[in-house]
Design a protein around this ligand. Structure first.
Ligand code: UDP
Length: 420
C-alpha cells in the first residue's frame, strides 16, 4: 500500500483575485512565468479536517491556475504514528513532557517508506523541484530528498513557548531546510539562521462554499436541519476538539453569559475528520457525556451532511451566529477567526499570538484571557448590535487587506523563485 497519496482538489481560478490588489496580481503573473518548467510538491498529513488541509485545498489549485506545476501529497500512516505526532504537536505548543526514545524512533522510522516513495516520484522527472513539508508530521522526510531539490518547511503551529527538548529533536531537520516559514516572528526557533526564515500569514478564499455570501433562506434551512433556534441568541466555536482550543473554557463562558442572557445557545462544531488528530474523539466524548442534558448546547462531532452541504453549513453558522469564539490558549493562526471576520462577525479570541495577529482588541473584535472576561464580551456584543456591526465591518477590512489568498500566493511564488 502506498504511504503517499495524491490529492487533487477542485479547480479554482486566480483571476478573480485581481480586484483586491491589481499590482500584486500582475507580480504573481510574472513570477509564475519565471517558474515555468519547475515542479512544486506540497506534503502534509491530512487531506481533510484542520487548517492545513483547508489551505492546501485552495493554494494548490490557485498555483495551478497560474500555470505553476503544483501538486499535493498526503501521508497515509497508522493511527499510532499520529498519536505520536499529536504528542509532538502538543510539546511544540508548550506542553510539559518529552518524547521517549522508542517514540522518536517510531516517528522517524515510519517516514522511511514515504521517503522512498518520494524519491521515486522526484527521480521520475528531472526538473527543478521545490518540496514543501507542512508541519512536524512530515519533517523527517527531508532526509530522503536529493540535494538538487529545494526544501521548505512550513510550520503552522505556535512554537513561541515550545518544549526545548522537543524543538532540539527537530533541529537537525529544520536546519537542513533551505527555508522555514512560520505564521508569526515569535515562532522562529532561536537558533535558526534568520536568513532562512520567512513569516507568512495563512489566508482564506472569499469565493469558496465556506466563505461566499449565502442567502438567508439557505442559512435558515441549515439551522432548521440542526434544530437550532435562529430567533434566539447563538454563540459558536468551530474547532477541532483540542485542548489548545479550550472547549471547556467556551462552555464555562456560555454558562456565565447565560445567567444574563437565559435564551443563549452554544454551538461547538468540531467534526472529527482530521486523521492526524486522534486526540479529538476522547475530548468530544467526555464533553458530550458532561453536557448532554443541556438542550441549548449543540456539540457536533460527526459529519451528517455531504461535503458541499457541510461547507455551506460552516459558512451559515459563521454568518448567522451573534458572536463567534476562538477561545484558544495557543493558536498558530486560526483560520476560523479569519473566516468569521470575513463574514463581518464580532469575534472573541483567546490571548494567543495567531489570533492577536488578526484581532486588535476593541477595534475589530475582542481578545480575552478568561471565561469570565469572555462571558462579559459575549453579553456586551449580544446586547449591543451596533457595536457588533462596527467590529464586524473593521474585521472584514482587516481580512481584505491582509488575509486573502492573493497575498499568500504572492509570498509563495516569490519564495519558490528565490529557493530555485
Ligand atoms: N473546520 C471545519 N469543521 C470543524 C472544525 C473546523 O470545517 O468542525 C475548519 C474551519 O472552518 C477552518 C479549519 O477547519 O477552515 C480550521 O483551521 P484553523 O486554522 O482554525 O485550526 P487548525 O484546525 O488548523 O488548528
Amino acid at each position: 500500500m502506498k504511504t503517499l497519496l495524491a490529492v487533487n482538489p477542485a479547480k479554482q481560478q486566480f483571476r478573480p483575485y485581481r480586484q483586491f490588489n491589481p499590482a500584486g496580481f500582475n507580480k504573481c503573473i510574472n513570477l509564475a512565468r519565471q517558474l515555468k518548467g519547475a515542479r512544486i510538491i506540497h506534503i502534509n498529513s491530512a487531506a481533510i479536517g484542520g487548517g492545513v488541509a483547508e489551505l492546501l485545498k485552495n493554494q494548490v489549485p490557485l498555483e495551478k491556475s497560474l500555470g505553476v506545476n503544483s501538486s499535493w501529497l498526503v501521508l497515509q500512516l497508522p493511527k499510532q504514528f499520529f498519536f505520536i505526532t499529536k504528542k509532538i504537536h502538543n510539546l511544540l505548543q508548550g506542553q510539559k513532557g518529552f518524547l521517549s526514545e522508542p517514540e522518536k524512533k517510531y516517528y522517524t522510522n515510519k517516514l522511511a517508506k514515504p521517503g522512498m516513495e518520494l524519491q521515486k516520484i522526484i527521480s521520475s522527472s528531472p526538473q527543478p523541484t521545490v518540496v514543501i513539508l507542512h508541519d512536524p508530521q512530515t519533517l523527517p522526510l527531508i532526509d530522503y530528498l536529493p540535494a538538487s531539490v529545494s526544501t521548505v518547511v512550513r510550520l503552522h503551529i505556535d512554537t513561541s513557548s515550545a518544549n526545548k527538548s522537543m524543538l532540539q529533536t527537530l533541529k537537525p531537520f529544520l536546519e537542513k531546510a533551505d527555508k522555514v516559514i512560520v505564521s508569526h516572528k515569535q515562532y522562529a526557533p532561536p537558533w535558526l539562521n534568520k536568513k532562512k526564515l520567512l513569516v507568512s500569514y495563512p489566508a482564506i478564499s472569499p469565493f469558496t462554499l465556506k466563505n461566499h455570501a449565502l442567502s438567508k433562506k439557505q442559512i435558515l434551512q441549515l439551522f432548521k436541519h440542526f434544530r437550532i433556534d435562529t430567533t434566539r441568541p447563538i454563540m459558536a466555536q468551530i474547532s477541532r476538539f483540542d485542548p489548545w482550543k479550550d472547549p471547556e473554557g467556551v462552555i464555562e463562558s456560555y454558562y456565565l453569559a447565560k445567567k444574563t442572557i437565559p435564551k443563549l445557545q452554544l454551538v461547538l462544531e468540531g467534526v472529527m475528520e482530521a486523521k492526524d488528530d486522534p486526540q479529538a474523539e476522547g475530548i468530544y466524548n467526555r464533553l458530550k457525556m458532561e453536557h448532554q442534558n443541556d438542550p441549548d448546547i449543540f456539540l457536533h462531532g460527526k459529519k451528517t451532511l455531504s461535503d458541499t452541504a457541510y461547507q455551506t453549513w460552516i459558512n451559515a453558522l459563521q454568518s448567522q451566529s451573534n458572536v463567534i469564539l476562538q477561545k484558544s490558549l495557543r493558536e498558530g493562526f486560526g483560520l476560523t477567526v479569519t473566516e468569521a471576520l470575513w463574514k463581518g462577525k464580532a469575534v472573541i479570541g483567546g490571548n494567543a499570538l495567531g489570533i492577536k495577529a488578526q484581532i486588535k482588541n476593541g477595534r475589530n473584535g475582542f481578545i480575552v484571557k478568561s471565561p469570565a472576561e469572555c462571558a462579559k464580551r459575549v453579553i456586551q456584543i449580544i446586547q449591543n448590535p451596533s457595536l457588533a456591526k462596527k467590529l464586524g465591518a473593521e474585521g472584514k477590512n482587516t481580512v481584505r487587506k491582509n488575509f486573502l489568498f492573493n497575498r499568500l500566493i504572492l509570498d509563495f511564488l516569490k519564495l519558490y523563485a528565490e529557493v530555485l
